[in-house]
Ligand binder design. Structure first.
Ligand SMILES: [Zn+2]
Length: 647
């Protein structure tokens, strides 16, 4: 899909044509954009930039269109559909889950919105399957109530972390039920689903078939007595329930288990293998990790996959309005319906926003306006195969024009001191606990500055303390607090008007321009560690400038020079607050509000020398409390004990 988008850089001739106004720069996503020398044109240039992507060539650089540089029909924003892998419903997520999908998706969505792009950012809880049933039973709740409660808990935690979803849906909601039936019907009609009879464990006592995880027994390999039907937790071997010695029902403990025939629906994935391979081969915007995982699956050969289960909680298998014959007590397998929620969630969003069907279709149906959407998925590496192979089989197999993923970003794991986060063993910090300790921006910054991009990344409280104290408190927070306080004390809290810019200011903004270009590219390429490093470098640049300008010294001998230093310092703080918004949105907002930067000036700065005047000379600024407090050694000691550090 991506390769078919028909994108060619302009020819040298066309570049010359517009050389007085426009220059062309390649971007990290393999595309390019036009840079404009005139600030007033920048916004419109970024808009035609999109028209260029869509049509393959911008009319603005065609000689015949000179004088009609910005035809009205070309004014439109780039559109990004962004989804995060769906958090599973069985309990609140830990910081590693947050860092591996939802948080980077939010940072990217914020960057795109600030850049003027149109964004639909979706996420939902994944609520079906055996683990939900087991967790509900453990909590002493019926599974529907359990899921409803847990959804609200997760939603609150996500809001606490300022995750800016346009909608946070539920895979158990009606739109996903209807869409899942729809896809099943289409795949049946296409011959890609067939019914087969297999053998499975049945418990007469429980009057039901038992999923693999509901059967326990003694491991035939290591004699562990509580091995599950799918895996032995002691020796790690994968098992079939019929392998177990002395098997029993996990529900009732019954041992009178039988093997009975049962019918299930199977998705015939091998029939789609060639189409999937062609599509993956063309997907050049995917990172290496994602493509290699997809090719590994394809090379090993796709397998037929059972997409129904003998469970009561889930999406019923219907034929018309009634259960499919023989499927009264069966539901779709959670991995079949969960990714369909990406689409259903857009329907939930449209309904919740009182929009018509066309509103979600223009994001998802290429025959209804989604052909110019760039679809970006975020996920942990364990989810890549499902997103690059299984789900595409479902939607491509339907024969309908659904939007397919264009770019995906997969992450390794965040570990807790090199080991696993664990609810039951009280190891690690979970999302709700983190917010009890410190505001979201502290965590957002650390988790993204240390994102598990090329390898697993251990979370340690000691490293967290060091990163917060140096980056957020000493470098960023101190800069802002220092200059605003000095302005309040010596300039009556008003942006100074006196003084002229000198070489120091010219150098500052030139260096900022270079760094900004790199930062913009890193954000566009979803390179979060690098983007954080560039952000930090810009913060440091602000500090260096103030050291050199030293208005607190200059004020005694050269008040105009001090005024220039304070005005520039404050404008630079506004610039820093703007470019820091994707990572630390609450703090960015706080600074921009205190400096009285109008909403219209908070957008992502265009490439080139940033505009120096974010603030109006003579206008007042509000005082700011300390932006980031340092984390004390005593805090770390307390938290190490509470969260099982290094055990
Ligand atoms: Zn074993």
């Amino acid at each position: 899909m991506v390769g078919a988008r028909g994108f060619e850089p302009p020819t040298p001739a066309s570049r010359t044509q517009c050389s007085t106004r426009l220059s062309y720069a390649p971007t990290s996503d393999g595309g390019g954009r036009f840079l404009c020398a005139f600030p007033v044109l920048r916004n419109r240039v970024s808009q035609i930039d999109h028209g260029f992507r869509k049509s393959g060539f911008p009319s603005c650089v065609s000689p015949s269109k000179q004088g009609k540089l910005f035809p009205h029909s070309m004014v439109s924003m780039a559109r990004y559909l962004i989804t995060s892998a769906l958090p599973y419903i069985n309990g609140i997520k830990h910081l590693g889950n947050l860092a591996g999908s939802m948080l980077p998706a939010d940072v990217h969505a914020r960057f795109r919105r600030l850049s003027g792009d149109e964004v639909l950012f979706l996420c939902a809880t994944d609520e079906h399957g055996t683990p939900a049933e087991l967790a509900a039973a453990e909590a002493g709740q019926d599974v529907a109530t359990y899921c409803a409660d847990q959804h609200e808990i997760q939603k609150r935690a996500c809001a606490g972390f300022a995750l800016s979803f346009d909608h946070f849906g539920r895979s158990s909601n009606a739109p996903n039920h209807a869409l899942t039936q729809h896809f099943c019907a289409r795949l049946l009609a296409a011959g890609l689903i067939e019914e087969r009879v297999t053998q499975q464990i049945y418990s007469p006592t429980d009057q039901r078939f038992l999923p693999d995880r509901y059967v326990e027994g003694t491991c035939p390999h290591c004699s562990f007595e509580r091995a599950r039907g799918d895996q032995c937790d002691n020796c790690g071997r994968l098992l079939d329930p019929t392998d177990l010695v002395a098997p029993r029902s996990k529900i009732s403990g019954a041992t009178d288990l039988e093997i009975r025939d049962t019918a299930h629906l199977w998705l015939r994935q091998p029939l789609m293998a060639d189409r999937i391979r062609t599509w993956v081969e063309a997907a050049r915007d995917w990172p290496h990790l994602a493509r290699s995982i997809a090719f590994k699956w394809l090379d090993e050969g796709l397998q037929d996959r059972a997409i129904t289960r003998d469970l009561s909680w889930g999406i019923r298998v219907l034929e018309g309005d009634a259960p499919r014959p023989g499927f009264d007590h069966k539901v779709f397998y959670v991995w079949f319906d969960a990714p369909i929620e990406y689409i259903a969630c857009a329907q939930e969003w449209a309904a919740a926003s009182a929009l018509e069907d066309g509103a979600w279709q223009r994001w998802w149906r290429t025959d209804c306006g989604a052909e110019d959407v760039t679809y970006v998925q975020f996920m942990g590496k364990d989810n890549v195969a499902f997103h690059t192979v299984s789900f595409p089989v479902t939607i491509m197999g339907s024969g309908e024009p659904w939007k397919l993923v264009d770019r995906l970003k997969a992450f390794n794991w965040v570990t807790w001191y090199g080991g696993k986060f664990s609810t039951s063993e009280k190891r690690g910090i979970f999302m709700d606990q983190a917010l009890e300790l410190l505001p979201a921006d502290y965590w957002r910054w650390y988790l993204m500055a240390n994102a598990p991009e090329s390898a697993d990344a251990p979370f340690t409280l000691e490293h967290f303390q060091q990163s917060v104290n140096s980056d957020l408190a000493n470098v960023f927070g101190n800069l802002i607090n220092r200059i605003t306080r000095f302005c309040a004390a010596r300039f009556d809290g008003r942006i100074p008007e006196a003084g002229a810019d000198g070489p120091l200011e010219t150098d500052l903004w030139a260096e900022a321009a270079t760094r900004l270009a790199s930062l913009t590219e890193c954000h566009g390429a979803m390179e979060f560690r690098k983007a954080a490093a560039e952000t930090r470098a810009l913060w440091a640049l602000g500090n260096e400038y103030l050291q050199q300008a030293a208005p607190w010294t200059a004020i005694r001998s050269d008040p105009d020079r001090a005024a220039t230093g304070v005005r520039t310092g404050l404008n630079f703080c506004a610039f820093l607050a703007i470019i820091s918004q994707p990572f630390i949105p609450a703090t960015g907002e706080k600074v921009l509000a205190a400096l009285d930067v109008s909403e219209s000036r908070r957008a992502w700065p265009q490439p080139g020398i940033p505009e120096r005047a974010f603030l109006v000379p003579g206008s007042g600024i509000a005082s700011l409390e300390v932006l980031f407090k340092k984390i004390e050694d005593s805090d770390i000691t307390d938290w190490q004990i509470r969260f099982g550090a290094g055990e």
